[in-house]
Design a protein around this ligand. Structure first.
Ligand code: SF4
Length: 337
């Protein structure tokens, strides 16, 4: 099937590709009364400097838990990182102390949470929250920090910045809250920005405006971005590479042009088939049959086999190995062995 050489070792891959953040064999489990939830079950990927890497998959596949694991924000108990590494600047973040992580979080690696309303503190103004973050991490004087906060809000396209600084989160629209969150996450000029579904809870106009902000971040700041989304349309618009996750595992990883134009894994192809096509008239939008697996009882073998129209006997017995299809394109599926 046109396969190239087998996968090169990950360590060599990292050095060759100017990696700023490397996730290796990450496993994050939640120990509940009903059983062990294997939310992230052996995920590997690298983020290169200045690229936008999209983590893609349906709800519950492990995207957000991966992001929280990188930042050491897993609630324990019940959650725990039981294996793996998160390499950043010669540090393994999994082994860092809470104090070390507090210094890195927000300052060097920042996150924009999915729900801006709950992520912002309702009893402090937007201005106070951004200024506090700047003073805490950069040690600036109040007036200097306030000027920086206003510049950031202006960059995010927030009108009447001086007035907006005195607004509480509930006084802002959904789009404005999301922009304020982006401004706050950029306030300490982080090396890596993780954006967790930043376009999910907003309408299409605001979504387009937020994507424009991310385009600018890439162009002007050469920001290294991890962009979490379930929307392959957004991936096509913003991403350089994509990591497709299913059942807590990476099933396909490739440059976005290959993922969209030539998907190899049946799950990726299914996600692309679900994208609405405005050139066709149809009564119903396509969907992948079945539902995401229960992470407490993941199916044996390939976790996608109960929903896969190409499943073979081996698929329910053995986990598929990772196969290199072409330069930078890897897939875990028995079809390509
Ligand atoms: Fe489908 Fe088998 Fe490939 Fe899994 S390994 S995606 S079940 S063909």
């Amino acid at each position: 099937m046109g396969l190239e050489t087998p996968s090169i070792p990950r360590a060599i891959f990292k050095v060759m590709n100017n990696t700023i953040l490397g996730v290796s064999h990450l496993k994050t489990y939640f120990f509940t009364r009903r059983g062990v939830v294997k939310a992230v079950d052996g995920i590997d990927f690298e983020l290169k400097r200045g690229e936008c890497l999209c983590l893609v998959g349906e709800s519950g596949c492990g995207k957000t838990v991966t992001a929280l694991s990188i930042l050491g924000l897993i609630d324990s108990p019940p959650g725990r990182i039981i294996d793996g590494e998160v390499r950043y600047n010669n540090l393994d973040l999994v082994k860092c102390s809470p104090t070390q992580l507090r210094r890195i979080r927000g300052k060097e690696i920042a996150i924009i949470f999915q729900d801006a309303q709950s992520a912002l503190n309702p009893v402090f103004t937007i201005g106070d929250q951004i200024v506090e973050q700047i003073r805490l991490h950069l040690g600036m004087k109040y007036t200097e920090a306030r000027d920086k906060a206003m510049t950031l809000l202006k960059e995010m396209g927030i009108p009447s910045v001086e007035r907006a600084m005195s607004y509480y989160p509930h006084q802002l629209s959904g789009g404005m809250k999301q922009r304020a969150m982006i401004a706050m996450s950029l306030s300490c000029d982080p090396q890596v920005l993780i954006a967790d579904e930043p376009t999910t809870a907003v309408d299409v106009t605001i979504k387009a405006q937020i994507l424009d902000i991310f385009h600018e971040l890439k162009a002007k700041r050469q920001m290294s971005l991890i962009f979490i989304t379930h929307d392959l349309g957004v991936v096509a618009e913003i991403g350089d590479r994509a990591v497709v996750i299913y059942g807590g595992k990476v099933v396909e990883m490739a440059p976005v042009s290959k993922i969209i134009g030539n998907p190899k894994h049946p799950y990726t192809a299914g996600l692309i088939d679900c994208l609405p096509d405005i050139s066709k008239t149809t009564d119903r939008l396509a969907s992948i049959p079945g539902t995401t697996p229960n992470p407490i009882e993941l199916p044996q073998g390939c976790p996608f086999h109960p929903r896969c129209h190409k499943a073979m006997e081996i698929c329910s017995q053995q986990q598929p190995p990772e196969v290199r299809i072409s330069e930078g394109h890897e897939v875990s599926c028995h079809l390509y062995q």
